[in-house]
Design a protein around this ligand. Sequence first.
Ligand code: SF4
Length: 712
Amino acid sequence: MRETKTACCYCGVGCGVIVESDGERITGVRGDPQHPANFGRLCSKGSTLHLTANPVLQQQVRALHPELRTARGAPRAPAAWGETLDFIARRFVSTIREHGPDSVGFYISGQLLTEDYYVFNKLAKGLIGTNNIDTNSRLCMSSAVAGYKQTLGADAPPVCYEDIDHADLIFIAGSNMAYAHPVLYRRVEEARRRNPSLRMIVADPRRTDTARDADLFLPILPGTDVALFNGMLHVCLWEGLVDTAYIDAHTEGFAELKRTVRDYTPAYVAELCGIGEDDLIRAARWFGQAKAALSFYCQGLNQSSSGTAKNAALINLHLATRQIGKPGAGPFSLTGQPNAMGGREVGGLSNLLSAHRDMADSQHRAEVARLWGVESVPATPGKTAIEMFEAVRRGEIRILWIVCTNPAQSLPAQRMVREALEKAELVIVQEAYRTTATVAYADVVLPATTWGEKEGTVTNSERRITRVNAVLPGPGQARHDWEIAVDFARRLETMLERTGTLFPYTTTEQIWNEHRESTRGRDLDITGLSYRILEQQGPQQWPFPEGAAQGRKRLYEDGVYPTASGRARFVDTAYQPVAEPVDARYPLRLTTGRLRDQWHGMSRTGTVAQLFSHAPEPSVAMARVDMERRLIADGDLVHVTSRRGSQILPAFAGDDMRAGQAFIAMHWGEEYLSGRNGGFGVNALTLPALCPASKQPELKHAAVKILKAELP
Ligand code: SF4
């Protein structure tokens, strides 16, 4: 028996796990009692990880060898790695020579390790010369990135998990933390048990399990978060709960915001948000009077056509009341995916560069070009997730390389996405699982290793870096994601007649060391860290500059912010309604979200029978009153129809639903819906309206109608 320490591969809490193996198979998993993210706890998903590594199952669901088809319409056939990568490299060279570097694109994933991310980013921006590389993290946290940068000057959550123990108010907005970040929520529950005066406010359109625990629940209408936060600030202003000394000394832009917030009277906001005026005032008082208020927020704020404004409005509230830069206080965006944070660190989005540098900044581009040893990094903005698929559909991007993600299920406006995948001249899918909907569109399948087989690092929601270790080798001919990228890049360099290589790596540590050097002097400086320190001293938070004994728990305690003036910036946020309001034809507000026991598109959790005991099949939840009006009984099949598509699902009354709302979990795709929905899953219904600042789509709201389905 052998034990290996690594990290859970699901959510951004980033729990440490100890994996037991017998040399041939993974036999068990338990929480790592020494990991500061979870102290030994695991949730239902993490504690069943070993079941997903069952060798018999692996043979059924894993991509085991490269597959290639050289002409559209022909079946894919097994091929050797060398032949496959040479084929792709030749197609890249001919396409780039004929149509330029922006005719290719990469769509990668927050599931990748930091080292994988780093190499793909360098391959696209450094070697090929295109910024067309974006990630499924665009769907979960790009509004949080933009919100932090606009207000605090850097994409860095200023808080840590330990702040839960110092807070006397926890404000959870747009997050069903009990389901989506369960182990962190256990810590909130424990803190509340220990400290009865710790209050909890939850703002959410649904009465989720998290909301049921709240001392004050604000059941706001979808998309009204900015109005709520502005309304709370309005009350704090009137009641003298803002910290004028802090505002004067450490911030700028408050006068403009104050003028805007003046209009957000409690009566106006209460009506707009669909909540009681007294509850709004109470929430504002609790927040403003708290010694330390800690906000947790996630997709309810981010997945919105005004996602950045929602983030900024909440951070405005923290800055104005000085609920930041002290123990137990601050705005804390939870990352959905295990390494969304690591992807941000290496600049793995189309508008970012390594170590939180900006694509739009010529000095930053020059710094990265120097670090990478290339002439320049392109200035042309790359396409973000939805834009990339639209560009593929228009024929502007001809080759699309998809890594470790399933856009044929997870992106909104599935018809457009699937048209794009059909239209592309070459679709490469690098995947551990051959069961995803996207693999069906692949001209080339590159089998990749996954959890339990990979090594490198991940960073969790509190900026903590954990070493990820391999337990067993991957099955069949599966290779590591970074290795595939490096092997391809070297072939491309040869065909492009480059001398030397930008990709000299033979280990993940070499890649990580290069990434580390790129952070020198930046806000996320990790020059004092090493693989050895991570292994010997355990997971560490950034920044961790050279000479530091440990990482920094909390940021901005000195009131100095990484902006040009050193002051935090208030952003003048005005409420904007959802992109697709309800009307007589589509009268119900559909929201989407996670279930407790499933993860994303279920490639992994869908292989574990016990994880279906909580919710065995997809369904739509509605308010009882809406069902009765439509003569729908529990379990009846209904058509859920938006302007973009229709799904047939069983309907159930949920006591978490207000009248006029509906909820469908995001997890089920066509493979689970067995054709009765014409494929696609819930994203047949969602729309590609984007936040103008973050380009994150509004996955949390669409107008739908629901009618009872005729029985055959
Ligand atoms: Fe894994 Fe998240 Fe559960 Fe922790 S809380 S075990 S990281 S899924």
